[in-house]
Write a protein that binds this ligand. Structure first.
Ligand SMILES: [Zn+2]
Length: 268
């Protein structure tokens, strides 16, 4: 059986359990557009950008919001906001290319970020940190399947359709509102993820890995931002996802990281 088939199996078998056991918002299959902050004990145990990480932004440039604040509209593709309040049209489909993904399972990635992703993975490898792209581009159809499967499972448990949809929306992005559909998002984990996490389920324990630490300190150099920081769930409406990185280009990434803000705060 190929690694890809194994992955599909993992997702199938564990998807239902994962949706209920995990307090995070795994992007495959655990997108979570709503905020459930019950998993956070207090605001004091959270911090989006540590002082140490801020110091890693090495530049003599002063970081600030652009004088003419970008509005994140379609023309500004790097910082286009895709969230529960800014859905994509159903017809949206970026140009994608196959990404070999460490010669293991291949994924599709948006051509606009492929080189940056390549560069970042190579740089991490050079530093002794193996990265693995768990999930990248996801079609509208795939997102709909994930959403509908969850609704169906909850209805089988006796919930009404409305309740099932409402509960599902807390764990899986409503079709059209996932950054994975936009193309510029990647869920990135440690290269030996399936050894350390046989269930194949993304959870916040990834935060403790060297891969996560490397990404937090270095991703901006390649144009990626940690999209859903721990202390910004009230703004992003998505729980902390240490594996979910969004490509915004190097300049925006440096600004956003150094300012310690989210894409929601960076654009209008
Ligand atoms: Zn994701």
């Amino acid at each position: 059986m190929s690694v890809k088939n194994n992955l599909c199996g993992y997702i199938t078998v564990f998807a239902a359990a994962a949706m209920f056991l995990i307090s995070t918002t795994g992007c495959t299959p655990l997108e979570k557009p709503d905020t459930d902050q019950s998993s956070f004990s207090s605001a004091s145990d959270i911090s989006a950008v540590s002082e140490e990480e801020k110091e890693n932004v090495t530049s003599d440039k002063n970081y600030s919001l652009p004088a003419d604040k970008p509005d994140g509209t379609e023309s500004e593709w790097q910082i286009r906001l895709v969230n529960i309040n800014n859905p994509l049209p159903e017809s949206y489909k970026p140009e994608t290319v196959s990404f070999p993904n460490n010669a293991q399972q291949g994924v599709s990635v948006d051509v606009r970020m492929k080189d940056a992703l390549d560069d970042m993975i190579a740089a991490a490898q050079k530093d002794g940190t193996g990265l693995y792209v768990y999930s990248a581009y996801r079609s509208f159809q795939r997102q709909t399947e994930l959403f509908d499967n969850s609704v169906g499972q909850l209805m089988q448990q006796g919930k009404t359709k409305a309740d099932a949809e409402s509960e599902t929306a807390k764990n899986i992005a409503v079709p059209g509102t996932s950054e994975h559909q936009y193309g510029l998002a990647a869920d990135i984990v440690n290269a030996d993820f399936f050894v350390t996490n046989p269930s194949g389920v993304l959870d916040v324990s990834f935060d403790e890995t060297q891969a996560s630490k490397w990404l937090r300190s270095n991703a901006h150099k390649y144009g990626f931002i940690l999209r859903y920081p721990k202390d910004k769930t009230g703004i992003t409406k998505i729980n902390y996802e240490p594996w979910h990185y969004r490509y915004v280009g190097k300049e925006h990434a440096a600004n956003i990281k150094n300012l310690g803000i989210t894409l929601e705060e960076y654009v209008k």
